[in-house]
Design a protein around this ligand. Structure first.
Ligand SMILES: [Zn+2]
Ligand SMILES: [Zn+2]
Length: 265
């Protein structure tokens, strides 16, 4: 599989490295392409989103130009479900992710930390995993259909802190239903190892038991590490390649020559 990663963060949002540092590491590791995808602006939470979007776009463009002979660099964005849709032409691609659930008291992050996640789960869902999962997947479907991104981001993020009954058929069918609708609208889904790299979870998003569903629903997969630290640009790539193969995928999606292409695995 040719090496590529379209979900990477830099110091423009909550990543540890600059755009250039990510590019240099990708070159060292033999990548064919790299996408930078910092967090979209969310006016209700400024803790990790981009606040200098114009500067970001200019910097990624300048760096792409500087390294054009050594690596294909693309301008992406991780668009939160509750951010405004950016100008389509400004970006080569958009990853659609949902980090928040809307409550009567505002937007709550399910992603930021275990304490916040638990507070949301307890206060608004009475620790009922099904209503929590339903609220999350309903949000995911609604925002996916509203934004129509190019790639579905960390699909089952609601399972991040292990609060979902992940082997339970009721939970699985809720998730599968959402997955089918989303893949019909947006057929490319990332297999995201970011939380594995940070030692919080032992499997990617979506969890491996969804791989057969993705295949059955006609989905196309792309490897991503949701990279916040450049050493993780290719984290667990071999394992994920194996997971693709085991589930009948013969290729994965990368961006090459300005288009989504299949790379053999
Ligand atoms: Zn995210
Ligand atoms: Zn991310």
């Amino acid at each position: 599989m040719l090496l590529s990663n379209l979900h990477t963060h830099t110091t423009f949002s909550d990543g540890k490295n600059t755009v250039e540092e990510n590019i240099l590491t990708a070159i060292d590791k033999g990548f064919v392409s790299l996408g930078i995808s910092d967090h979209s602006y969310t006016d209700f939470d400024l803790t990790y989103c981009m606040t200098r979007e114009a500067e970001y776009l200019a910097e990624v463009k300048a760096m792409a130009e500087k390294y054009r002979d050594r690596l294909e660099v693309y301008r992406g964005i991780e668009l939160d479900g509750y951010s405004e849709m950016p100008e389509r032409e400004a970006y080569d691609y958009i990853i659609g992710s949902c980090h928040y659930i809307r409550t009567p008291d505002g937007y709550f992050s399910i992603d930021h930390c275990r304490e916040g996640h638990m507070e949301l789960f307890e206060r608004y869902f009475d620790l009922d995993p099904y209503s929590f999962a339903r609220a999350y997947f309903d949000t995911y479907v609604e925002r996916t259909l509203a934004h129509r991104p190019d790639i579905l981001g960390h699909f089952d993020l609601v399972a991040k802190f292990g609060m979902m009954p992940e082997t339970d058929e009721k939970y699985l069918s809720l998730a599968r239903e959402a997955l089918e609708v989303c893949l019909k609208a947006v057929p490319i889904i990332e297999i995201n190892v970011g939380t594995m790299a940070r030692g919080i979870r032992s499997c990617p998003y979506p969890a491996p038991y969804f791989m057969k569903d993705i295949k059955a629903f006609g989905g196309r997969v792309t490897f991503s590490t949701d990279c916040h630290q450049r050493d993780n640009l290719d984290y667990a790539v071999k394992e994920i390649e194996e997971l693709f193969r085991e589930n009948g995928f013969k290729s994965a999606v990368i961006l090459k020559n300005g288009k989504f292409e299949e790379t053999e695995i």
